[in-house]
Design a protein around this ligand. Structure first.
Ligand SMILES: [Zn+2]
Length: 429
C-alpha cells in the first residue's frame, strides 16, 4: 500500500497541463489551455485545462477531473497504475506502508524481473536489426510475412540467436544476476551449473502488462520446420499467463475504427490486423477467457469480437463472457483461414471490410450451430435443447434473453411458453 503522504505529494505535484500535454496538443488562450475533447467527438475545442485549479473540464460532454482521473478514464489505468505513472514522471519516490520481509522480498524479485526483461527486450531488438543472423533470419521472416517496420517497432519485436548462451553471457556481463535471469525464466540452468538462453533462433515478442512493463516473452520460431509456432515462458512472479493478454497494452492506447476488441489466436494476426487499421486486436495467453482477463477487458470495452482461425463452440466459455455483460460477436473466415492469411490473400483494406460485414452475434450463431448438429443427428434433441437453455441462462439482460429465447424456441419448432418456463426454472435454481 502506498503511504497517504506519498499520494498527497503526487496529487500536489502532478500538473494537469504537463500530464495531459503528453497525450494531446494544447493551445493556450488567456490563462487556460484548450484542446479538442478526447472523450467526445468535436471539431472545435471545448475541452479546457485550468492551471490555477489544476483540473480539466469539457463544456461539451462535462467530463472533468484531475490528472489521476484523466489517466484512469482516458488512459484506462487503474488507480495504483496512475499513481505509479505520475510518481515516475515527477521522480517522486513511492513510500509504502511498512511491509513484512516476505512482502519486501516479493517486491524486490518482481523489480529484478522487470529490469532484466527490459534489458532483454532491448538486446533482442538490437539483435534483430544489428546482427547478421537477426537480419538474415528474423527480419527475413517478418518481411516474408509482410509485417511492416512500424508494427515491428510498436510491438518491440526482437530476435534471439541460435547460439546457446550469447544473451545470458551478455546479461551477466552487464551486471544482471543469475537469480534474476532464472526468476524471469530467461535462462535455463544446466547440470554443470552454467546458464543457457531460454530459446534459440526465434523472434522475441515481449508481453507488456497494463503498467507498460515487460512481464514476459513469447518466442516464435522462424525455422522452416516450425515456422510461426510460438510458445511463452513459464509463469514468474511478475507474470501469470492466466491474467495476461498479448497486445492489450498497445491496443489500449489506440483509437481504432470501432471501439470493440478483436480476439485473435496468433501474434501474426495481431500484426496483420494492426496493419489493416484494426489496432485493437489482442491475443489471449490462454485458450479461453479467464475471469482476470475478462475483468481487465470489461474496464475498457463491452464489445468483444472473436476473429480466430478455429473456434470451438463451448457454452461455458461463451457464457462466462456474456455473464460479464460483454457483447460477444464472432467473425468466421473462409476455409479456416486466419485473419492474417485473409489479409495477405485479399489485401489489408479488405480485412477491415470483411470484419464489419461478416460479424455475427455469438448467441444466435451458437443457436444456429447447435441446430445444425440436430439436423445431422435428430436423436440429440434433448441435449441440444438443454445446451441452448444453459447458454441463454448466462445472458444477464432480461430483454435480450427474451429475444434469444424466442429465436431458440422457433428454431427448435416449439412454443415459447414451455421454453421460457424451463429457462426460468434454470435461472432460479
Ligand atoms: Zn467532451
Amino acid at each position: 500500500m502506498i503511504k497517504p503522504e506519498t499520494i498527497q505529494r503526487i496529487k500536489d505535484t502532478a500538473n494537469v497541463v504537463e500530464v495531459l500535454g503528453r497525450f494531446m496538443s494544447l493551445t493556450k488562450k488567456g490563462v487556460n489551455y484548450w484542446a479538442c475533447c478526447p472523450f467526445h467527438n468535436e471539431k472545435t475545442p471545448s475541452f479546457s485545462l485550468s492551471p490555477a485549479k489544476n483540473i480539466y473540464y469539457c463544456f461539451g460532454c462535462h467530463e472533468g477531473g484531475d490528472s489521476i482521473k484523466f489517466l484512469m478514464t482516458n488512459q484506462k489505468m487503474s488507480y495504483p497504475e496512475a499513481l505509479h505513472y505520475l510518481a515516475e514522471m515527477y521522480n517522486i519516490e513511492i513510500e509504502e506502508e511498512e511491509q513484512s520481509d516476505e512482502a519486501k522480498a516479493y517486491q524486490a524479485e518482481r523489480a529484478s524481473i522487470f529490469a532484466v526483461n527490459d534489458f532483454a527486450k532491448n538486446y533482442f531488438v538490437e539483435q534483430l536489426n544489428g546482427s547478421d543472423e537477426g537480419k538474415g533470419q528474423g527480419l527475413r521472416f517478418l518481411n516474408d510475412h509482410g509485417v511492416a517496420k512500424e508494427v515491428v517497432e510498436r510491438y518491440a519485436v526482437g530476435y534471439i540467436s541460435t547460439q546457446v548462451d550469447d544473451f545470458v553471457s551478455h546479461a551477466l556481463a552487464s551486471g544482471y544476476s543469475r537469480e534474476a535471469l532464472l526468476a524471469a525464466k530467461l535462462a535455463k540452468e544446466q547440470d554443470d551449473g552454467s546458464l543457457r538462453n531460454c530459446a534459440k533462433g526465434c523472434l522475441t515478442l515481449p508481453i507488456f502488462g497494463n503498467d507498460g512493463k515487460v512481464h514476459s516473452f513469447y518466442f516464435m520460431s522462424v525455422s522452416q520446420q516450425y515456422s510461426g509456432q510460438f510458445k511463452g515462458l513459464a509463469n514468474n512472479l511478475a507474470y501469470n499467463f492466466q491474467k495476461a493478454i498479448y497486445g492489450f497494452f498497445q491496443a489500449k492506447k489506440s483509437k481504432s475504427f470501432n471501439d470493440r476488441y478483436y480476439v485473435v489466436s496468433h501474434p501474426l494476426d495481431v500484426f496483420s490486423m494492426h496493419q489493416s487499421g484494426v489496432t485493437n486486436a489482442v491475443m489471449l495467453c490462454t485458450t479461453a477467457f479467464t475471469p482476470e482477463q475478462l475483468h481487465d477487458m470489461k474496464r475498457i470495452t463491452s464489445d468483444v469480437t472473436l476473429a480466430q482461425r478455429s473456434f470451438v463452440l463451448d457454452i461455458d466459455h461463451i457464457g462466462a463472457v456474456l455473464a460479464k455483460g460483454i457483447h460477444l460477436r464472432i467473425v468466421e473466415f473462409p476455409e479456416g483461414m486466419s485473419p492474417d492469411a485473409y489479409a495477405r490473400a485479399n489485401g489489408s483494406s479488405q480485412l477491415q471490410q470483411y470484419l464489419e460485414d461478416e460479424e455475427l452475434n455469438i448467441v444466435t450463431y451458437a443457436i444456429d450451430k447447435k441446430m445444425a448438429t440436430l439436423v445431422a443427428d435428430p436423436s440429440k434433441r434433448k441435449e441440444v435443447r438443454a445446451d441452448l437453455l444453459r447458454l441463454l441462462a448466462f445472458v444477464p439482460d432480461a430483454i435480450e434473453r427474451d429475444a434469444y429465447s424466442e429465436y431458440a424456441a422457433s428454431r427448435l419448432g416449439e412454443n415459447i411458453q414451455p421454453f421460457t418456463r424451463d429457462l426460468h426454472a434454470l435461472l432460479h435454481k
